[in-house]
Ligand binder design. Structure first.
Ligand code: BEZ
Length: 221
């Protein structure tokens, strides 16, 4: 089955994009990256999504995350549609702040498991689903999300998960439900109480539960 799993090295593919031909690892240049696909240029939900992504591009850049989009359309279509996307944001004179990959032959979409069999183009061929890959500075896949063509994504949530990924890459913690930066985090299950006391000088609190097991350990970083 095509696709890519968490921890896999992301393929160093070559592709045509709105900034010319790229080799993906050179494009990333050891930064964090986010590659997100959309079904089709000049469609409504895709336009709202890329406009939102463009409006948040400073926030991705602040986190050191390089952005790149992908669909099965041509570079020419991407360039024309980018103007619509920026006009939708009332920024008609600004360029789209990230490139778009032209995967007209669906080679990448097939290899990475991005096609949506329920959504077909005028020729009856599946288009790309709304797929998100977050890639770490080691070129390995840190997160993937796959939505069907009919459901637009939440790009604020993508910033939130990047905050979690970047934090948990550095500290032996995990982020609980609906966590946001500044909230308490949870000590990883494989960290002993003795190690936790050293690692987390702000202290570790434990939430009591009927089992008596002490696995709900919180700390404030
Ligand atoms: C859209 O972007 O609106 C869209 C594209 C393909 C299928 C469904 C919706």
């Amino acid at each position: 089955m095509p696709g890519i799993l968490l921890g896999d090295e992301f393929p160093n593919f070559e592709a045509d994009t709105t900034i010319g031909r790229i080799k993906f690892h050179d494009f990333l240049d050891k930064s964090w990256g986010i590659l997100f696909s959309h079904p089709k240029d000049f469609t409504p939900v895709c336009t709202t999504e890329l406009a939102c992504a463009a409006s948040l591009s400073d926030k991705f850049a602040k986190r050191g995350v390089k952005m790149i989009a992908l669909s099965v359309d041509s570079v020419e279509d991407h360039c024309g549609w980018s103007k619509d996307v920026m006009a939708f944001n009332s920024q008609a004179s600004s360029p789209l702040p990230f490139p778009i990959i032209a995967d007209e032959k669906r080679q990448l979409a097939t290899k990475l498991g991005m096609l949506d069999p329920d959504e077909i183009d005028v020729d009856g061929i599946p288009v790309t689903a709304r797929c998100v890959f977050v890639i770490g500075p080691d070129n390995r896949l840190k997160l993937s999300i796959l939505y069907p063509a009919t459901t637009g994504r939440n790009f604020d949530e993508l910033l939130r998960v990047i905050d979690s990924l970047q934090l948990t890459a550095q500290k032996k913690v995990a982020t609980p439900v609906n966590w946001k930066p500044g909230d308490k985090v949870m000590v990883l299950p494989n960290v002993s109480d003795a190690d936790a006391a050293t690692l987390f000088p702000n202290g570790v609190t434990n939430k009591e539960v009927p089992s008596g097991k002490k696995y709900l350990r919180y700390t404030q970083l």
